[in-house]
Design a protein around this ligand. Structure first.
Ligand SMILES: *[C@@H]1O[C@H](CO)[C@@H](O)[C@H](O)[C@H]1NC(C)=O
Ligand SMILES: *[C@@H]1O[C@H](CO)[C@@H](O)[C@H](O)[C@H]1NC(C)=O
Ligand SMILES: *[C@@H]1O[C@H](CO)[C@@H](O)[C@H](O)[C@H]1NC(C)=O
Ligand SMILES: *[C@@H]1O[C@H](CO)[C@@H](O)[C@H](O)[C@H]1NC(C)=O
Ligand SMILES: *[C@@H]1O[C@H](CO)[C@@H](O)[C@H](O)[C@H]1NC(C)=O
Length: 326
């Protein structure tokens, strides 16, 4: 039951008449002062790397959160509802005019939604720019656009349709192209894996992107219905990377329709030719690498064997599954 005091400024839930009358008395006493149940702001700080967003939704672009350069503190002024992060949909608006999920903010000894004002219905709206795109190659969709340190959220097969929502160029270059796009699956894909270059002018800039971990930023619906397997275990210190360039170390490297050297030859690469590889597989008992011509070469035909490279850890083809019929 929700009961309002006579002056209607302190909504309280009460279970006993005694408490109610005590409250009414207190309200009567302080009625001449200008009472305020809400604080104008609360000073807080971040517990983990976070993104401060233009709206309280995972997909909204990021903006710079200004913090005190000595204490790392900042003020939050109101609360709102948004994407549920780690079981909680409460977001806080900062004085930088951006929203943080409560989950990332230092634990508060109180209730945000009691101590701060509600930001208003408008704050719950999501404004996104959207553009459709299709993957030409197998693509790792990552929680942040850096191949060395960001978890892979989904391994997407070629021909997957994605919806892009913002772009960034502050990312790891793949084949010398450093544009990446955030998809509506809440993970980033590199431009180099798309059929067509998106029209960036129609998309928001993603803003500053911190290093995030899946463990701390699972959103309410997960990120993708596509498989989310762990990358293979070795060598552990290297991140997987797709679309890697290797040079043929044999006189020729034959590229087969299947990962099997008795299947049809699709391409013949020459000595020292650069070939771009998407993934490796040993489903037929021998290691093959799939090139961007969608055929399979023996892993051992290259100077820097895709499987055993010192520089990257290429994903298994099986991670990506098979493309849907289009
Ligand atoms: C903090 O910022 C102020 C102005 O924004 C600047 O004058 C000051 O030097 C900064 N202090 C440190 C420790 O960076
Ligand atoms: C929070 O707001 C108060 C009042 O405007 C201000 O004095 C204080 O410096 C702010 N704190 C931070 C960390 O910005
Ligand atoms: C999550 O899934 C539910 C049910 O499918 C849907 O109503 C809701 O809009 C989804 N939320 C987001 C943020 O996609
Ligand atoms: C085909 O692959 C097998 C191993 O799977 C190997 O023993 C054989 O030499 C290969 N043949 C050719 C023509 O490369
Ligand atoms: C292989 O190609 C590179 C250029 O991509 C060239 O510099 C190098 O000399 C070539 N090596 C051989 C052995 O032909």
């Amino acid at each position: 039951m929700r009961i309002h005091t006579a002056t209607d400024f302190l909504p309280v839930t009460v279970s006993s008449v005694l408490l109610l009358s005590a409250f009414a008395a207190a309200a009567a006493i302080s009625a001449t002062a200008a009472p305020s149940a809400k604080k104008p702001y609360v000073t807080t700080s971040l517990d983990i790397d976070s993104e401060c967003k233009t709206c309280p939704r995972s997909l909204c672009p990021n903006v710079d959160l200004k913090v005190d350069n000595v204490t790392n503190e900042f003020n939050v002024t109101c609360w709102t509802r948004g994407t549920k992060i780690m079981g909680d949909n409460l977001w806080l608006k900062t004085e930088s005019d951006c929203y943080l999920t409560q989950y990332d903010v230092h634990e508060y000894d109180g209730n945000w939604d009691e101590d701060l004002a509600y930001c208003g219905r408008q704050s719950e709206e999501q404004h996104l720019t959207l553009e459709d795109a299709t993957l030409q190659y197998k693509t790792e969709c990552r929680i942040c656009p850096f191949t060395g340190s960001c978890d892979v959220v989904a391994y997407l097969p070629e021909e997957t349709d994605v919806t892009l929502t913002c772009w960034t160029d502050a990312a790891t270059p793949i084949l010398d192209n450093s544009y990446w796009y955030k998809t509506t699956n809440n993970c980033y894909v590199a431009e180099v894996g798309l059929y067509d270059r998106p029209n960036r002018a129609d998309l928001d800039y993603c803003g500053p992107i911190p290093h995030l971990e899946i463990a701390n930023h699972n959103n309410e619906n997960g990120t993708s219905e596509v498989n989310k397997r762990e990358p293979s275990a070795e060598p552990a210190e290297l991140a997987p990377q797709y679309l890697i360039e290797v040079k043929v170390g044999e006189e020729y490297s034959y590229c087969y329709e299947k990962p099997d050297n008795t299947s049809k030859v699709i391409e013949r690469y020459e000595y020292n030719q650069t070939v771009v590889m998407q993934c490796v597989t040993d489903i037929t008992g021998t290691w093959y690498a799939q090139s961007t011509d969608f055929c399979y070469c023996s892993n051992y035909d290259f100077w820097d064997e895709p499987l055993n490279s010192e520089y990257y850890r290429i994903p298994l083809c099986e991670y990506f599954g098979t493309p849907a019929d289009r």
